[in-house]
Design a protein around this ligand. Structure first.
Ligand SMILES: *Cc1c(COP(=O)(O)O)cnc(C)c1O
Length: 399
């Protein structure tokens, strides 16, 4: 065995016993055995020279696998408590590989009715064209979920997003996973909004965890990336086969940046959650705010579920102001420290208008039915001083 492989294997073995804060920094990598470099090299190489026909070191071509990407996969698997991880070019590349791995023409997929706009667009506008029957269900309502699972042919896939982007609606993962598995579906949880630092879907019964690593996992607005994690070797093999066949693997440099970003994940998620709660409390008291959505607030309808299922509520929240969409647009145009941008989960605080930005591809009817109004403002609370963030938001709300 190569010295490097030995180091990685030892690291991986110990990783199981490590706390998240330690695993986030050390799992899956060790000092470079050749140079002693404390950071792993970026293996920016298309191909890998083979010693003889059929004899190589496990890497042949970077669309199939790459050592830097593999290091990130070991790190993320340790954090999520999963046996296997596949990293892909983006979160949506992960959703595409997942869907192609599990679904064919005539097969049913049930998806949370509030989900990232790109997820809705993929199922509605692309997969439906190949005969996949995608149905959007209120997975927060277990009776509605039970009825949908029993209506017609058993679904192959139950895709849950919780908390759901952008209204933060929660699904009871343990209960939904039980119902989904009883019906024979593969149960997938999009854990992008909370990350393994705050929520562990596999431990609650999910078969697969999906991440957009673009968000909190990388955390610095520097990359796009996705991941699929599972304990099931057959599913993992299928995901890697699909990733290679459709050409959707992560590239080495963003994988390396993600290895750097994820080191501070537990620390960042704690601060994101603390600051978001402060912002949510301030907005709840503000006379111009008519609706505030943050699971960490005792007034949130599913606050008890949040307390049971999540370690904290993360950095995302949404609110409405009196005066509807026009007033909301004035607030979003009025902030200076908060950047008006798509994305969430980075150190920089962002404000987003879901109806015209992240969720523009969701049909108006589905948006209105699920509370994604034209006046809804989404905030991703970053790591700036929270008093500075509140002062800027306060000015925009006065204006
Ligand atoms: C952003 C996002 C995605 C898609 O990820 P990309 O990296 O942008 O492709 C999927 N799910 C959720 C919850 C997201 O916020």
């Amino acid at each position: 065995m190569l010295a490097r492989e030995l180091t990685q294997e030892l690291t991986q073995e110990t990783a199981a016993a490590w706390d998240l804060a330690t695993a986030a920094i050390h799992a899956g990598t060790g000092p470079d055995p050749v140079t002693g470099a404390i950071l792993p090299p970026i293996h920016q190489s298309t191909t890998f020279v083979q010693e003889a026909v059929g004899r190589h070191k496990g890497f042949t071509y970077s669309r199939t696998a790459n050592p830097t990407v593999a290091a990130l996969e070991r790190r993320l698997a340790a954090l999520e408590g999963a046996e296997h991880c596949s990293c892909l070019a983006t979160g949506l590349a992960a959703t595409t590989a997942l869907a192609l791995a599990l679904l064919g023409a005539g097969e049913r997929a049930l998806i949370s009715d509030v989900a990232y706009g790109g997820t809705v667009r993929l199922f509605r506008q692309i997969l439906a064209g190949f005969g996949v029957e995608a149905e959007f269900v209120d997975t927060a309502d277990l009776e509605a979920l039970r009825a949908a699972l029993a209506a017609g042919r058993p679904p192959r896939l139950l895709f849950v997003e919780t908390p759901a982007n952008p209204t933060l609606k929660l699904t009871d993962i343990a209960a939904a996973a039980r119902l989904g598995k009883e019906a024979g579906a593969v149960v997938v949880v999009d854990n992008t909004l909370l990350t393994p630092a705050l929520q562990r879907p596999l431990a609650l019964g999910a078969d697969v965890v999906l991440h957009s690593t673009t968000k909190f996992i990388e955390g610095h607005n520097a990359t796009v990336g996705g991941a699929l994690l599972t304990d099931d070797p057959a599913l993992h093999e299928r995901f890697d086969f699909l990733r290679n066949a459709i050409g959707a693997i992560q590239s080495p440099f963003p994988a390396w940046l993600t290895l750097q970003g994820v080191k501070t994940l537990p620390l960042r998620m704690a601060r994101h959650s603390e600051s978001a709660l402060r912002v949510a409390e301030a907005l709840e008291r503000h006379p111009r705010v008519t609706r505030i959505l943050y699971p960490g607030l005792p007034s949130f309808p599913q606050h008890e579920l949040a307390r049971r299922q999540q370690r904290a509520s993360g950095g995302l929240l949404a609110f409405e102001v009196e005066g509807g969409a026009d007033a909301a647009v004035r607030v979003m145009n009025g902030v200076r420290l908060w950047a008006l941008a798509e994305n969430l989960g980075a150190v920089e605080s962002l404000v987003t208008h879901p109806a015209t930005m992240t969720h523009a591809a969701v049909p108006r009817e589905q948006r209105e039915r699920t509370g994604i109004t034209d006046g809804l403002i989404r905030l991703s609370v970053g790591l700036e001083n929270v008093d500075d963030l509140l002062a800027d938001l306060g000015r925009a709300l006065e204006g």
